[in-house]
Design a protein around this ligand. Structure first.
Ligand code: BES
Ligand code: MN
Length: 455
C-alpha cells in the first residue's frame, strides 16, 4: 500500500494538469452543437485510460458513447467492482456569470474552476488516478475493477440502461462505487445512503391562436401567462407543502434515528441561508433545512416561459405559456403515480378558457440502502483514513437514476462516496472542485479497494 500512497503524493501536480486537460473539453450532452466535443471527450478518456494501463473501449450508442476501462480480469476468481461516473457536463450558461470561462480551467484558492470540475469529471478522475497508482507501482488491487463512464447522465442515461442489459454478464459485480454526490465540509467526509428520486413534466397552456394586441383584445380573452401562474401558484400551500391530493400518501416518516443524525451535520440555518443567498429560508414547516432538502418530497418549477422576452415593452396577450416542473421523491413514491396525481390536479385547476397540454418526462425512484453492510463499513474506514476525520452518514436530495438500474439489472448496491463541497456550484456558474477533495478522494479510492477485496 505504501508505494501506492507515495505515488499519489509524488504526482499531484501532474494529476491536476491532466484534470485540466480533461476539463478543457466541452462535453455538454444536452446541446447538439457539442455532439462532436462529446465524442472527442470519450476518445480522450479512452486514450487516457490506456495510458495508465487499463483496457479501455469506447462503445457507440444511439446517442453519446459509453467508455469502459478495466484492470486485468480474473472472472469468478476474485471480487469485481464497478466505478461509475459521467464525462458529460451541464450546459455552462449563463456565460456572463463566470469569472473565468467554463472550459478554460483555472486553479485559484486551492480549487479548479470549470464546468464539470466536480460534476463529475474531477470525482471519477480521482478514482482513475488511484488505480493508476496501483498499476504503475505493480501493486495488486486484490479485486477486479471496471470503470463505466457515460456521456448522458445529465440528460437521462438512456443509452446506459440499454447497455447494462446488453452487457449484464460482463458487468456482473459485487458492488458499484460512485463519487457523484457531496460532503458537508472537508472535515466531514461522507457516505451517502439515500438519494431522492425525481419525476419531470412539461405543461403548456394554450390561449388565442396567436399573440394578440393587449389593448384591442385584452380583457375579453383569457391570458395564458396569468392562468398558468395561478395554476402553479396553487400547487403549494402556505406551510410549504405540495398541494396535490395524494402527493404525500405513501411517504415514509423520518425515523427518530435519522433526525438525530441530521442534527449532527454542520451548516446551521444562518450559514445555509448565506450559502444560497436568500433573504429568508422557505420550506415545509416542521422540518430542518437538512430534512427539507434530502428526506422530504418537493415540487419545483425549473423553467417558466411566456410572451415577449426581449428588450423593452411589447403589449400582447401571449398565445401560450409553459412550465417545466420536477418533483423530488422519497422512498415509496412512484414517479408515474406522482405525475398522474399532479396531472389530475392541474386539469382540475385549469379553466375552460384555455387548453392544457401535459407531457410527462423522465422519472426515477428514490434510493435508500441502510449503511449497515460490510461494504459500507469498509468505505467508512477508507474515508476516515484518507480525510483524517470521522465520516458522516448522509441522505441527499439530488438524484442518480442509474443506480436504481444497477440494482435492478446487476443486482448490486452502490456506495456513494461524494467529493463535492456545498459551495462547488454544481449546475451553476463558477463550478469548482476543491483540490484537497481531489487528492484525498484519490487516496480514499486507493485505500478502499484492498478493503473491499478482503470482504
Ligand atoms: N451529481 C448529480 C446528483 C447529485 C448531486 C446527487 C449532489 C447528490 C448530491 C447528478 O449529476 C445530477 O445532477 N443528477 C440529476 C438527475 C436528473 C437529471 C434526472 C439531478 O439530480 O437533477
Ligand atoms: Mn449533475
Amino acid at each position: 500500500m505504501q508505494p501506492v500512497l507515495d505515488y499519489l503524493a509524488t504526482h499531484r501536480s501532474r494529476f491536476e494538469e491532466e484534470l485540466c486537460q480533461y476539463l478543457r473539453l466541452p462535453s455538454v450532452s444536452a446541446q447538439s452543437s457539442h455532439n462532436k466535443d462529446v465524442r472527442a471527450t470519450a476518445d480522450w478518456l479512452v486514450k487516457h485510460c490506456r495510458s495508465i494501463g487499463l483496457k479501455a473501449k469506447k462503445h457507440a450508442t444511439d446517442f453519446h458513447p459509453i467508455v469502459t476501462a478495466s484492470t486485468p480480469r480474473h472472472p469468478g476468481k476474485r471480487p469485481h467492482f464497478l466505478v461509475y461516473g459521467h464525462y458529460d457536463v451541464q450546459p455552462p450558461e449563463p456565460l456572463e456569470e463566470w469569472n473565468t470561462p467554463p472550459f478554460e480551467p483555472t486553479i485559484r484558492n486551492g480549487a479548479v474552476y470549470a464546468r464539470g470540475a466536480t460534476d463529475n469529471k474531477g470525482q471519477h478522475f480521482a478514482h482513475l488516478k488511484a488505480v493508476e497508482a496501483f498499476l504503475k507501482t505493480d501493486t495488486d488491487l486484490g479485486c477486479d475493477l471496471t470503470f463505466v463512464i457515460e456521456g448522458e447522465e445529465e440528460v437521462g442515461s438512456e443509452s446506459l440502461v440499454a447497455f447494462l442489459r446488453k452487457k449484464k454478464r460482463e458487468l456482473k459485480c459485487d458492488g458499484i462505487v460512485v463519487s457523484d454526490t457531496g460532503m458537508p465540509s472537508k472535515k466531514h467526509p461522507a457516505l451517502t445512503y439515500a438519494l431522492r428520486g425525481v419525476t419531470a413534466m412539461e405543461i403548456t397552456v394554450w390561449g388565442p391562436k396567436a399573440d394578440l394586441h393587449s389593448g384591442i383584445y385584452g380583457g375579453s380573452v383569457d391570458n395564458p401567462a396569468l392562468v398558468l401562474s395561478q395554476m402553479l401558484g396553487s400547487l403549494r400551500d402556505k406551510k410549504g407543502r405540495v398541494a396535490v391530493p395524494g402527493f404525500y400518501g405513501k411517504v415514509q416518516k423520518l425515523t427518530a434515528y435519522e433526525r438525530k443524525q441530521m442534527k449532527r451535520l454542520p451548516i446551521n440555518e444562518t450559514q445555509y441561508r448565506k450559502l444560497v443567498g436568500v433573504p429568508k429560508l422557505f420550506g415545509e414547516a416542521g422540518y430542518t433545512h437538512h430534512e427539507q432538502r434530502s428526506a422530504r418530497p418537493t415540487l419545483e418549477i425549473n423553467g417558466l416561459t411566456s410572451g415577449y422576452q426581449g428588450e423593452g415593452s411589447k403589449t400582447i396577450v401571449p398565445s401560450w405559456a409553459s412550465a417545466k416542473i420536477t418533483c423530488r421523491l422519497v422512498p415509496n413514491q412512484d414517479p408515474r403515480q406522482v405525475n398522474r396525481l399532479l396531472g389530475k390536479q392541474l386539469k382540475k385547476l385549469c379553466p375552460p378558457t384555455v387548453k392544457l397540454e401535459i407531457v410527462d418526462g423522465h422519472g426515477a425512484e428514490a434510493y435508500h440502502v441502510p449503511p449497515t453492510g460490510s461494504m459500507s463499513q469498509a468505505a467508512l474506514e477508507a474515508l476516515r483514513e484518507s480525510f483524517g476525520h470521522e465520516p458522516v452518514l448522509l441522505r441527499e436530495g439530488g438524484s442518480i437514476p442509474i443506480i436504481n438500474e444497477f440494482k435492478k439489472v446487476l443486482g448490486a448496491d452502490s456506495l456513494l462516496l461524494g467529493l463535492a463541497l456545498p459551495d462547488d456550484n454544481l449546475h451553476s456558474p463558477n463550478e469548482k472542485f476543491d483540490l484537497d477533495c481531489f487528492h484525498n478522494g484519490a487516496e480514499m479510492s486507493a485505500r478502499l479497494w484492498p478493503k473491499l477485496a478482503e470482504l
